[in-house]
Write a protein that binds this ligand. Structure first.
Ligand code: PGA
Length: 253
């Protein structure tokens, strides 16, 4: 049984007040669906992670923390970067890698994304690796090929006997659905998720692999998406800035 994962990516939004608001609202008993088992992860801007982590511990909250990115390097003259070790030190459990905004705006390549995943796998921080096609690729029917290439670039880092490899999460985020209000239908999501699971089976044991969907997930479309057999959670952008909306999505998991 795969534990549903609902991760909220705040992007460049929020402030310390919002972090505190989430802690005060997200009491353990209101997280999760009937099974009460969804993991709820907040990914605020990195500057809040350490303080947020202390406040979560002080409140005995069940919220978990994720970073939105990580350096591909471990240390050295890399101004502005922060390493996987530093995230672990700051109480972070998850790290988003290869979000389409990083790939598109900051020109991150598949190779760089793989290196970042590798860095996280050397720590206890679990990678959430984003893959997905853009609108032109979807219209040309190339979504499977694009995603297959993105996943193939991870093959090297998924080899070996590092036990952390089984902590990897894949997020399918069709770029045309991010921040557009246009969600993939639950059937479209299921089709791609099943394909991702089949591709990942070349590299790892996929029985426990969580594949989450991202792209305009809202309380009113979450139930249908999360009911799909290969949709193991959601990566939520806009709606994750509102604690009631994020928890109502988690209730559907
Ligand atoms: P959205 O963002 O929910 O606002 O579409 C999703 C994401 O970018 O992870």
């Amino acid at each position: 049984m795969r534990k549903p994962l609902i991760a909220g990516n705040w992007k460049l939004n929020g402030n310390w007040q919002l972090c505190q608001h989430f802690i005060s609202k997200a009491a353990p008993e209101i997280i999760g669906g009937e099974s009460g088992q969804a993991e709820v992860v907040i990914c605020p801007p990195a500057v809040y992670l350490a303080k947020f982590s202390s406040a979560i511990a002080a409140a005995s909250s069940v919220l978990k923390l994720g970073a939105q990115d990580v350096s591909a390097e471990t240390s050295g003259a890399y101004t502005g970067e922060y390493s996987a070790d530093m995230l672990e030190d700051s109480g972070v459990q998850y790290g988003i890698v290869g979000h389409s905004e990083r790939r598109e705006i900051y020109a991150e390549t598949d190779g760089l994304v793989a290196q970042k995943v590798q860095r996280l796998l050397q720590t206890s921080v679990r990678p959430i690796v984003c893959v997905g096609e853009n609108l032109a690729q979807r219209e040309a029917g190339q979504e499977f090929t694009v995603i297959e290439a993105q996943l193939a670039s991870l093959s090297g880092v998924l080899e070996g006997d590092n036990p952390n490899i089984k902590s990897v999460v894949i997020a399918y985020e069709p770029i045309w659905a991010i921040g557009t209000g246009k969600t993939a239908s639950s059937e479209q999501a299921q089709e791609v998720h099943a394909h991702i699971r089949a591709i990942m089976a070349r590299y790892i044991d996929v029985g426990e692999l969580r594949i989450i969907y991202g792209g305009s997930v809202k309380p009113d479309n979450a139930a249908a998406l999360l009911a799909m057999p290969d949709v193991d959670g959601a990566l939520v952008g806009g709606a994750s800035l509102n604690v009631e909306q994020l928890l109502s999505i988690a209730h559907e998991a």
